[in-house]
Design a protein around this ligand. Structure first.
Ligand code: RP5
Length: 162
């Protein structure tokens, strides 16, 4: 099945975080591709990848990076597809460096930035699905169902407080 979402990350070490974005997409049966593309170590590949993504049928790009996290912003500079940036939690600065690197884009080149780490990666997958759901009613239905289950789970946990 042709991938609709691209999940890219600056390093293999980001996978521990970015796999949660893939889990969200798997749960909603959305076809995606995943790849390591580094802004600093493979800049030419990054530009080519961003330039060709729309032509290959990709609708949304999720880009995760940590530290000097230039990947989401530089990919956004080379495509008009929506880009969701996930700040990976760095060891030295806890991900605040990643967050600030990704979130402070100049006017004209947007990146939708999520929370740092696992929650951000989960939400990046969900947000990509919600974008697709504007034109795909089956995805919209799956999202509604997922919300319903989440609500029921919270209600049940509340009942068990004693
Ligand atoms: C960034 O540098 C990556 O996104 C990663 O979060 C960070 C560290 O990369 P490694 O040194 O672990 O490969 O480009």
């Amino acid at each position: 099945m042709t991938a609709l979402v691209s999940v890219i990350m600056g390093s293999q070490s980001d996978w521990e975080t970015m796999k949660h974005a893939c889990d969200s997409l798997d749960e909603l049966a959305i076809p995606y591709e995943k790849k390591v593309v580094s802004a600093h170590r493979t800049p030419d590949l990054m530009f080519r990848y961003a330039e060709e993504a729309r032509g290959r049928g990709i609708k949304v790009i999720i880009a995760g990076a940590g530290g000097a996290a230039h990947l989401p912003g530089m990919v956004a500079a080379k495509t008009t597809l929506p880009v969701i940036g996930v700040p990976v939690q760095s060891r030295t600065l806890n991900g605040l460096d990643s967050l600030l690197s990704i979130v402070q884009m100049p006017g004209g080149v947007p990146v939708a930035t999520t929370a740092i780490g696992k929650a951000g990666a989960i939400n990046a997958g969900l947000l990509a699905a919600q974008m697709l759901s504007m034109y795909d009613l089956e995805v919209a239905e799956r999202l509604e169902e997922k919300r319903k289950v989440m609500t029921e789970t919270v209600m049940e946990s509340s009942d068990q407080l004693g």
